[in-house]
Design a binder for this molecule. Structure first.
Ligand code: 0X9
Ligand code: ZN
Length: 272
């Protein structure tokens, strides 16, 4: 089975990034945006306009560049491979103060109602917000990259698992955002695109109302920065395997997620 039907170590992912940009140097660039707590490089891939087989993608790439960061939590991800008993490690691998506990929840570390209700100030909790916003070098690198490109970025999508949801701001408050109606209808369109693609059901809704209050997330942060079309996809499944999704489901999950990305991009294009 192919590369895209299996899980890979960080080492394999780094090698893959090198290979794809080498083989597709006409359409892909690898951008270094910083380094992790444990000094691993952080990369964003930039897909540039080129004629390809998918006419929708060709059309969208004529109008937009796509920036993709395959892994933000490079240290945490590596740790799940090198310490298989910690297969579900969530946080970064940073040490703060003199706590015996390691790691910050990167999706509680962005500067969006940082460490309010739904995050923890305690180092040993899974939702530890860190000592201050952007304390994590990985979060700082992403925030800096997005800030530096904020005038050209039209949409921001962050991929998580699991629960099959298309979430939009806010997650830090139960209140509606000022773009609630448009984002709600777009999230519904994205969920419908997924259903057409694989027959899977994804539920659309604002984060806090749909799952729970959770401040310091990158989607809310990007939205408040001025990037209106900001979403969190919670990918497969709905709980049968949860975070341990079988590798046979990787490819269909990517296909359905891509169909939702395209639906969002089409909407952005119609509303430029
Ligand atoms: O809690 C999270 O960070 C996300 N769920 S997960 O199980 N993948 O950890 C949901 C994120 C929703 N958005 C924000 N909280 N901003
Ligand atoms: Zn997540």
């Amino acid at each position: 089975s192919s590369y895209y039907e299996n899980y890979h170590s960080m080492k394999e992912i780094y090698r893959w990034m090198e290979e794809v940009v080498k083989v597709h140097s006409d359409l892909l660039q690898k951008i270094y945006i910083g380094s992790s707590y444990e000094k691993r490089p952080l990369y964003v891939l930039k897909a540039i306009h080129v004629r390809e087989r998918d006419p929708t993608m060709t059309m969208l790439l004529e109008h937009f560049d796509f920036y993709v960061m395959p892994v933000i939590n490079v240290d945490g991800y590596e740790y799940t491979w090198s310490h298989p008993s910690n297969r579900l490690w969530r946080k970064s691998r940073s040490k703060h103060g003199n706590s015996k506990c390691i790691g910050t929840d990167m999706n509680r570390n962005f500067d969006a109602h940082w460490c309010g209700q739904g995050a923890s100030p305690y180092e040993c909790q899974e939702t530890y917000c860190g000592p201050y916003p952007e304390s994590e070098p990985e979060v700082k690198a992403v925030a800096r990259f997005v800030r530096d490109h904020k005038n050209t970025i039209k949409a921001y999508i962050t991929m998580h698992s699991y629960s099959q949801l298309v979430l939009f701001p806010y997650s830090y408050t139960m209140n509606r955002s000022k773009d609630h109606d448009e984002l709600d209808s777009l999230a519904k369109k994205a969920a419908k695109a997924i259903r057409r693609t694989t027959k899977e059901t994804y539920r659309p809704g604002p984060g806090a109302q749909t799952i729970y209050l959770a401040p310091g997330g990158s989607d809310d942060w990007a939205y408040d920065l001025g990037i209106k079309y900001s979403f969190t996809f919670e990918l497969r499944d709905t709980g049968t395997y949860g975070f341990l999704l079988p590798s046979r489901e990787i490819k269909p999950t990517c296909l359905e997620a891509l169909s939702a990305v395209k639906e969002i991009a089409k909407h952005v294009l119609q509303n430029l």
